[in-house]
Design a protein around this ligand. Sequence first.
Ligand code: SAH
Length: 382
Amino acid sequence: MKLQCPIEKKCGGCQYLAMNYEKQLSIKQDKIIKLIGKYARVNKIVGMEDYLHYRNKINATFKYKKSGIISGVYEEGTHNVLPVDKCFIEDEKADEIIASIRKLIPSFKITVYNEDTGYGLLRHVMIRVGKNSGQIMVVLVTSNPIFPSKKNFANALKKLHPEITTIVQNINDKKTSMVLGPRNQVMLGKGFIEDTLCGMKFKISPNSFYQINVEQTEKLYNLAIEYAGLTGKEKVVDAYCGIGTIGLVASKKAKQVIGVELNKEAVKDAIINAKINDCNNIKFYGNDAGKFMVDMAAKGEKADVVFMDPPRSGSDKPFLDSVIKLAPERIVYISCGPESLARDLDYIVKNSEYKVEKITPVDMFPCTEHVESVVLITRKDN
Ligand code: SAH
């Protein structure tokens, strides 16, 4: 069956939507083989059974049109808003909530933000769905802290969708293409959601990073933990740790874990997540991962296992040099950017006694060209 989306070409988000799933997987497999297959055999890509509507985080932008208010995504490379009612990869409930918000806006006389003039209140809506917990967070991004009749608006939305567990106002008063600003005000509920992953519970705040495909994340983490070969004796570093997910899952099988993350809100979540899950052998630090590792290496500290899960742009030389200096038995590199992964592996292999031992691609982003990989790097003398 060929999936047909009315804005497929203009949105540009789902490059592989028209392809059957097996074909999508084989293209991604080939891409990873081409980029890093020279280092080690590439295992078969881990796909999904039911590969649609996996996205648990949805953003929508609003705009006045002659026909009324529309909500959706930017046309690729522009700031022209394309209407989205249903999306094949987004959570279906979230799409319904966005449609309800669009309908409520006029009756509450909420103005829609205009990027050119800077006038108008509502800039974006972000929805996060805890796929395993069922909790749903709606974040209304506004250009101004003053949101007339916001309690009534929140109550009206909750009445239409009782499944919403929290509603937050996020204030973004800067001329920026970033969706969220730094400030949040709780309108209803707790101001965050929780979700479960690998049998553990995680708190997720509006600004924290959380993997967008939970089913595949569990498979990815299981592979990463398997590659780490933990026995209970290890000192582990979880670099670029976000809300601490990988480190916390690993902490149950390691002696001691250190997590490092740049985003302060994510670090706060990580510390709470350690408490929620009764993990007493883990510590989190808010810092640039590169700087943190340079400090660790300078102090002569050691680690047995380093997990690294950098953003799409990959890691940097100070980080990689320090990891090499720390000399862990195993480095588990989790990457959502195959090109930066290839660059970083090339650097590690050329500048150290490490080799790539295992590679497994994981399809975290079906219907798109993106692909995640988990790579085990070990010392050549092993
Ligand atoms: N391991 C986590 C998060 C991975 S996403 C998970 O699986 O959920 C990458 C994370 O790196 C984000 O949380 C981002 O805030 C963080 N980050 C980006 N640049 C960083 C840097 N220079 N130092 C430390 N963390 C960084």
